[in-house]
Design a protein around this ligand. Structure first.
Ligand SMILES: [Zn+2]
Length: 382
């Protein structure tokens, strides 16, 4: 294994010279491994699960009850089960929150139910101006440039902040990744405020349902980053970016240190406040589920999963700025245990695919480089 110091994902990705298995062989491995994926993110460490009773939705005054909560979780449950309430499911959605009209998803309004409108808790109606409107014949001001210019990343005399496998290079035998160098959100903030972060599979590494072992294993906290978008799951979720079906459509991010992991594990889930999760972009809280928080930011929806849902720093409808704290890393999963990590998704609305999940890995690499003010180094396997 060699390491290549670079900040250019789009160039170096194509140099990966590790000889792949044949496509047919990979498909066989993928399908074979999928037979064992029924545990998904389930953590096979019963002793790690606090003895507190599983939260019952009926006891908490959530504003957006979710059908999944009323069913008994099965071993097949994984992160993708929580309804995609923002745009697709016939449950209260973003549209329950009045918002600017150009922020609508492509979903036809006829597919939406007619839920009770949720009053916007933070926005006050703008008073109607009494003065006459200016003449509409004036020349409109020029459109602002749509291409943000992120702060440059210093490259001189800075040791690598982290190392990362190329996009789409998943954990061995965990599926076929999206070898897509596109950085879909080049200017977003990294969703963890300060702590070290290790994007990696929560199923196929130490402590995962397939990897076995201990989630606080120090090797989880020294590993080079791994994309796990498109990772094999037992769900039927598909993505136009993924070569196969039944996939994971976010990035799992382990956070902190082995010591922090053990300390957090010893706490009740509701007490975990060690690792702060922040908004990646300006927006508003468009949904809060039993283990998800959505931030709607213009044409994107960021979905955060498994935070400490009893200690969120935001409420439904609240406006947030990039960097504002949303909550804390935990393992909330609607009563089903998973590892301590943040599951992070970006959904965007494209002309090709409509609303779909964007591979978030490359955007996370860039965001972490900016946060750390140092470049990462890409791992190139021989
Ligand atoms: Zn995940």
């Amino acid at each position: 294994m060699a390491r290549l110091n670079t900040g250019q994902l789009s160039i170096e990705t194509r140099r990966v010279s590790r000889r792949p298995l044949s496509h047919a062989a990979l498909l066989f491995l993928a399908s074979a491994s999928m037979a064992f994926v029924s545990g998904c993110d389930l953590l096979l460490e019963p002793e790690n699960v606090p003895a507190s009773p599983r939260p019952t939705p009926s006891s908490t005054p959530t504003q957006t009850p979710e059908p999944i909560e009323t069913t008994t979780p099965t071993p097949d449950v994984d992160e993708d089960v929580e309804p995609d309430v923002d745009v697709e499911q016939p449950v209260p959605t973003d549209e329950t929150i009045p918002k600017v009209p150009d922020d609508e998803p492509a979903t036809p309004p006829t597919e939406e139910p007619t839920p009770e409108p949720t009053p916007e808790p933070t926005q006050t109606p703008t008073p109607t101006p009494t003065s006459p409107e200016p003449e509409p014949t004036e020349t409109p001001s020029p459109e602002p440039s749509e291409t943000p210019t992120p702060a440059p990343i210093p490259t001189n005399n800075v040791s690598p902040a982290f190392s990362y496998h190329p996009p789409g290079d998943l954990e061995p035998n965990s599926g076929l990744g999206a070898k897509d160098p596109t950085i879909y959100v080049p200017d977003m903030l990294f969703p963890i405020k300060q702590a070290r972060a290790y994007p990696q599979s929560q199923v196929y590494r130490y402590g995962g349902g397939i990897g076995g072992g201990d989630q606080c294993d120090p090797r989880n906290f020294t590993a080079s980053w791994r994309d796990n978008f498109c990772e094999n799951r037992s769900s039927r979720t598909t993505s136009p970016y993924c070569p196969s079906a039944g996939v994971h459509v976010g990035q799992d991010i382990r956070v902190g240190t082995p010591e922090g992991c053990r300390a957090e594990r010893s706490l009740l889930p509701s007490e975990r406040k060690r690792y702060v999760v922040v908004a990646a972009e300006d927006g508003y809280i468009s949904n809060i589920g039993s283990y998800t928080v959505n931030v709607r930011a213009g044409g994107r929806i960021y979905r955060y999963m498994h935070m400490n849902m009893k200690a969120l720093e935001v409420s439904l409808g609240q406006q947030v700025k990039a960097g504002d704290p949303l909550g804390y890393v935990s393992n909330d999963f609607g009563g089903t245990p998973t590892t301590l990590h943040l599951h992070f998704e970006i959904k965007h609305n494209t002309s090709e695919y409509g609303w779909t999940w964007a591979p978030p890995y490359t955007s996370l690499v860039k965001a972490y480089e900016r946060r750390e003010q140092a470049p990462g180094e890409m791992v190139v396997e021989e």
